[in-house]
Write a protein that binds this ligand. Structure first.
Ligand SMILES: *[C@@H]1O[C@H](CO)[C@@H](O)[C@H](O)[C@H]1NC(C)=O
Ligand SMILES: *[C@@H]1O[C@H](CO)[C@@H](O)[C@H](O)[C@H]1NC(C)=O
Ligand SMILES: *[C@@H]1O[C@H](CO)[C@@H](O)[C@H](O)[C@H]1NC(C)=O
Ligand SMILES: *[C@@H]1O[C@H](CO)[C@@H](O)[C@H](O)[C@H]1NC(C)=O
Ligand SMILES: *[C@@H]1O[C@H](CO)[C@@H](O)[C@H](O)[C@H]1NC(C)=O
Length: 437
């Protein structure tokens, strides 16, 4: 009896143990399955537009909202605490189609692509519920029409493309109309930002289109005086340089390696500058550099394009960053990232992320009119405070702040953008409603 009883008891407890395990297993299975079902990653506007454009688009827009309402969110950096950004899912003709040309995602204006990608991947910040969003990101790529003969992107279609995107979101969603777009974000990464023209006079004449004037523009263009092309709420962002290209270069020649070139510049330097409707490229500054220093032992000046020119930057002590049509240039980022002291020659330029990058400590500024004294100025710096500047410049945090990564990293360029946006939370419709209640 006793043994039997005992035997039954152990049998019972064995069954109980087994039963609990089965229960645990089924629950785990259940949760895993439901996780995968509800957390299907959203494709970036995979929809091809055909047939009735607006009805299809509106279905895409609303479906993507509702499908993912209760998405559980993986953890991400806590720095921006409760900041929420909604990213519109636009038909692919507004963005993804342009990526069929590889250059679209890695040329100097590609921050419009890079910021979109990075935001898509910031799980905690990105919200799929537009009602809880502080800001609305409108992903339109306008700098990727390389159909022109000279290979530079044509931006003539930028206004109509963005205008049509706004038409789409404002008729399908209530969010644009309730603030006239003031909590909406665009990237305008070419020469004169949202003025959408490479020539300053034309850019100023055309101005920022009315439909973008209330919004927040992330733009490479910035000057420290009043200018019609920045007369809008904006954040100055760096031009785009692919971070992997920088990594590849630094793998071959480290930041602190030998720098046998004293002063470097490669780029357009017209010997006989063309008068383009009353204007000269780079205000003739580059022509002056060429005339004055071509043949000077200390200067390595090249007028032709060369794919391996990052390997020249990393060999150089000073890298000239003169203005082109616009004051900013991709060289600003390339020289910083590759540890060559940027010599900025662009009067009145406003540089990106001044709170993260102490530009006066890592670069030199030479007035346009003083370009003829470059040799003497740089010689003096080389003898006095060059090593101090290099020490500041080679702090990894500096170059990090100017590079966009597909997955945002703490302190990188997307991070800096978000920090700037965080300071503009007073434009959030959601917040203004909460505080007035
Ligand atoms: C999606 O959700 C919104 C708000 O809850 C609702 O008004 C709308 O009808 C829904 N759309 C679809 C397609 O279910
Ligand atoms: C691209 O630019 C060219 C030249 O400005 C223009 O004719 C063409 O319509 C543009 N393409 C698109 C798809 O906007
Ligand atoms: C927003 O305003 C425009 C212009 O007044 C109008 O055509 C559109 O229907 C409005 N959108 C919504 C969602 O009500
Ligand atoms: C440049 O061309 C414009 C006409 O397009 C003319 O008025 C101006 O005088 C020229 N400037 C110079 C310095 O040649
Ligand atoms: C280095 O010296 C130059 C020229 O004297 C000066 O303009 C610059 O501000 C100095 N930079 C630093 C970081 O000390």
């Amino acid at each position: 009896m006793r043994t039997l009883h005992k035997g039954r008891q152990s049998e019972k407890s064995l069954f109980f143990k087994y039963y609990k395990w089965v229960l645990w297993f089924s629950f785990t299975l259940y949760f895993l399955t439901s996780f995968f079902i509800t957390n299907k990653p959203l494709p970036l506007s995979k929809t091809r537009v055909s047939g009735s454009k607006s009805s299809l688009a509106s279905r895409v827009l609303f479906e993507s909202v509702n499908k993912t309402r209760h998405k559980s969110k993986p953890k991400n950096p806590a720095a921006f605490k409760d900041l929420k950004i909604f990213i519109y899912e636009l038909p692919s003709e507004y963005n993804e189609d342009w990526l069929s040309n590889k250059r679209c995602s890695n040329h100097l204006f590609a921050s419009e692509v890079a910021i979109h990608r990075a935001l898509m991947n910031t799980y905690d910040l990105r919200t799929f519920d537009p009602y809880e969003a502080d800001f609305f990101f409108v992903p339109v790529y306008v700098s990727c029409n390389f159909s022109t003969v000279n290979g530079f992107p044509a931006i003539g279609h930028a206004r109509s493309l963005i205008s049509s995107a706004i038409q789409l979101i404002s008729s399908n969603y209530p969010f644009w109309n309730r603030t006239q777009g003031s909590d909406h974000i665009f990237v305008a990464s070419h020469d004169y930002g949202a003025c959408f023209h490479a020539m300053e006079d034309r850019a100023i004449d055309d101005g920022i289109p009315d439909f973008m004037k209330n919004s927040i523009i992330l733009q490479t263009f910035g000057v420290n005086f009043k200018h019609p092309c920045q007369d809008v709420e904006h954040v100055v962002i760096p031009p785009y340089i692919p971070p992997e290209s920088v990594r590849n270069t630094l793998e071959k020649s480290p930041l602190t390696g030998n720098r046998d070139i004293m002063v470097f510049f490669r780029g357009k330097m017209e010997v006989h500058p063309k008068n383009v409707s009353g204007k000269f490229y780079g205000k003739k500054v580059r022509t002056e550099i060429w005339r004055r220093y071509n043949g000077d032992q200390r200067f390595y000046l090249q007028r032709q394009r060369f794919a391996g020119y990052q390997s020249e930057i990393v060999r150089s002590v000073f890298c000239l960053c003169p203005l082109g049509w616009a004051p900013w240039s991709p060289r600003l980022v390339e020289s910083v990232a590759l540890g060559c002291v940027p010599v900025i020659i662009a009067d009145g330029i406003q540089l990106p992320f001044p709170s993260a990058v102490k530009w006066s400590e890592i670069s030199l500024t030479v007035a346009e009119r003083d370009v003829g004294k470059l040799g003497r100025i740089l010689e003096h710096v080389a003898k006095t405070n060059l090593s101090t500047i290099q020490k500041n410049l080679w702090d990894p945090a500096v170059s990090k702040a100017l590079l966009f990564n597909d997955h945002m990293q703490e302190g990188d360029a997307t991070w800096q953008v978000l920090e700037s946006l965080y300071k503009k939370l007073d434009r959030s419709y959601k917040r203004s409603r909460v505080s007035s209640q």
